[in-house]
Design a protein around this ligand. Structure first.
Ligand code: AGP
Length: 606
């Protein structure tokens, strides 16, 4: 996934472009580049470098010409390695047209072949460069109309794209288009923006317009025209961005991830607001649930782990079968789906391609789609029948923390309301769970107050080859999430297991000193005894055990206490120490905590 930003307006373009790229760098940081229109008909000014945005900023110095219109890009490499040549923007052969792109052009090889046969010279290995040459030809066919050229080129492309283009014959004009990849318009005063998401321009304006599928935005400093590919003008709804600019800043924390770990109590409280203490139809509004016979949750990564926890709660409270599917696998096994299936895509960004494609597959089969999402105006909620927004606020760190917690809360809310609608849960149990939900922000706060010793303990394992995580019932998906966090942040091998599964093979991994984190069920429960046996089994083979427990389990080598709560809600508390372990291990290993290698915040390619 890449960061896309365009500026045209009264100010010099360099500063808003760099500001936008800084805010979007979490979307990809293999390279960065900027193209500016300097004078009508002249070659564009362009500078681009492999590596992080800082590499580009270092060489800019004061050699950047004055310009009021330009585009900028941060790249997450798909076709072609992270080199200067493969960095965006890409130029046509006259050097007067520049393009930046997010997504994948699936038919780029055939396009490139015919373009090369027509005499175009390519300077990169990327799929995106084909668009620059296509646009150059199309613009000539359309007598210099860049927007008409864009509409024509979009019809020739297969795959997903957000594209921005500028041409020096039309200073001040930026044309953008999107398909299966995000693009929003920022409406300023004497200036306008195009970007992958609102964080790029929120410090300049909170007025935004979203683009629909296969739409083209044609902007200047004073005008915004949105059309479909046939050229029909579309009237998009302007909206006010609810975030404020400071929310996207680090707020004094060393890393966004640590800030977001400490924002979890507020994120949970904001997601619960107005949704508990009595039936609130807001939860499931906009979707007809009559006749629903099964639920299918589709998601990726951390969102998938949240769905696994949701399975336990929704099955128990609503007495309905729940499947949890890896979105990237779901449609390829052609599962049975029909109008009596409720499909719940869970996505923080709302742009994850695997999840979007699973949504579309199920929708085409007649399923009803109810999304859980953290980003208003993003593609997944827009293509769903209804959405339950989590209110975690902007999550900048690539590793998901507060979004995960709010996804868990959304799962519980859906389980309660489905159970209420289906008459499968008593009013007493609803009241009990709702009061426990209401206490979660305070209880997470309590856990956060005790994490300092855990940060020190974590450093004892900095050189460990791997770390294992054990859990049972809802503790099992919690173990999976703990392992995922450690993998993506510390680049350390980690694996999550169901406690009962250990003896069926994985226990062979245990050797002297292997760190094992055990997420313990509520003390006194049947599963607690089973987990206590699992601790003995691994300790007998030399493991060093860190137990996350509400009480008891003194047999562990180290104890991390968490408050008690309803057994299904325990992951909300137990995951916090796991996030801290992963964070601290990444810091101890000198990794880039907020932008771990090879990753991107939202993977908008399949
Ligand atoms: C989580 O820490 C990862 N960054 C990743 O697994 C993420 O959860 C996954 O890519 C899904 O993203 P989404 O929630 O935006 O769809």
């Amino acid at each position: 996934m890449c960061g896309i930003v365009g500026y045209t307006g009264k100010a010099l373009a360099l500063s808003p472009l760099l500001e936008g790229l800084r805010k979007l760098e979490y979307r990809g940081y293999d390279s960065a580049g900027i193209a500016l229109v300097t004078a009508a008909g002249e070659k564009l000014w362009i500078e681009k470098r492999a590596g992080k945005l800082g590499n580009l900023e270092e060489i800019l110095g004061d050699k950047v010409p004055n310009s009021h219109c330009g585009i900028g890009h941060t790249r997450w490499a798909t076709h072609g390695g992270p080199t200067d040549e493969n960095a965006h923007p890409h130029l046509d052969n006259e050097g007067k047209l520049a393009v930046i792109h997010n997504g994948i052009i699936e038919n780029y090889l055939e396009l490139r072949k015919s373009l090369e046969e027509a005499g175009h010279i390519f300077n990169s290995e990327t799929d995106s460069e084909s668009v620059a040459h296509l646009l150059s030809d199309a613009r000539k066919e359309h007598k210099g109309d860049l927007a008409a050229a864009m509409r024509q080129v979009c019809k020739e492309l297969r795959g997903s794209f957000t594209i921005l283009a500028i041409h020096s014959d039309e200073p001040g004009r930026i044309v953008g288009a999107r398909r299966n990849s995000p693009l929003v318009v920022g409406i300023g005063n004497g200036e306008n923006f195009l970007a992958s998401d609102v964080s790029a321009f929120i410090s300049y304006t909170k007025r935004a317009l979203e683009l629909g599928q296969d739409e083209v935005a044609d902007i200047t400093a004073e005008t915004i025209v949105i059309t479909d590919l046939a050229g029909n003008v579309m009237n998009q709804n302007e909206y006010e961005i609810s975030w404020d600019a400071s929310a996207a800043e680090r707020g004094g924390f060393e890393h966004f991830m640590l800030k977001e770990i400490f924002e979890q109590p507020k994120a949970i409280a904001d997601t619960l607001l107005g949704r508990i203490k009595g039936f609130n139809s807001e939860i499931l509004k906009g979707i007809d649930l009559d006749g629903i016979e099964k639920v299918v949750i589709v998601a990726c990564g951390t969102a998938f782990n949240a769905g696994l926890v949701g399975k336990y709660a929704i099955e128990k409270w609503a007495n309905i079968a729940v499947d949890v599917e890896l979105a990237s696998e779901y449609r390829y096994r052609d599962p049975s789906v029909d109008k009596n299936t409720l499909v719940i895509p869970i996505s923080q960004s709302g742009e994850t391609m695997d999840t979007l494609m699973a949504l579309r597959f199920a929708k085409n089969k007649g399923a009803r789609i109810f999304a859980v999402c953290n980003t208003s105006g993003s593609t997944i909620p827009r293509e769903s029948d209804a959405v339950l927004y989590t209110h975690a606020g902007p999550e900048i760190a690539v590793a998901s923390t507060k979004a995960f917690e709010t996804q868990l809360v959304a799962m519980y809310l859906i389980g309660l309301h489905l159970g209420r609608i289906r008459g499968t849960i008593s009013a007493e149990l609803i009241a009990e769970i709702e009061s426990e939900l209401a206490e979660l922000p305070g209880k997470v706060e309590q856990v956060l107050e005790t994490v300092e010793p855990l940060r020190e303990l974590t450093r004892k394992f900095t050189s460990a080859a791997s770390m294992l995580f054990l859990g049972r019932h809802v503790g099992f998906p919690t173990a999976l999430e703990g392992a995922l966090k450690l993998k993506e942040l510390a680049y350390m091998h980690a694996e999550g297991f169901a406690g009962g599964e250990l003896k069926h093979g994985p226990i062979a991994l245990i050797e002297n000193g292997t760190p094992v984190v055990a997420i313990m069920p509520a003390a006194g429960s049947l599963l607690a005894e089973k987990m206590a046996s699992n601790i003995q089994e691994v300790k007998a083979r030399g493991a060093v055990v860190i137990a996350i427990a509400d009480s008891g389990f003194e047999a562990a080598d180290y104890l991390v206490r968490i408050p008690t709560t309803h057994e299904f809600l325990q992951p909300v508390l137990a995951v916090v120490p796991l996030q801290v372990i992963a964070y601290e291990m990444a810091v101890a290993r000198g990794n880039d905590v907020d932008q771990p290698r090879n990753l991107a915040k939202s993977v908008t390619v399949e």
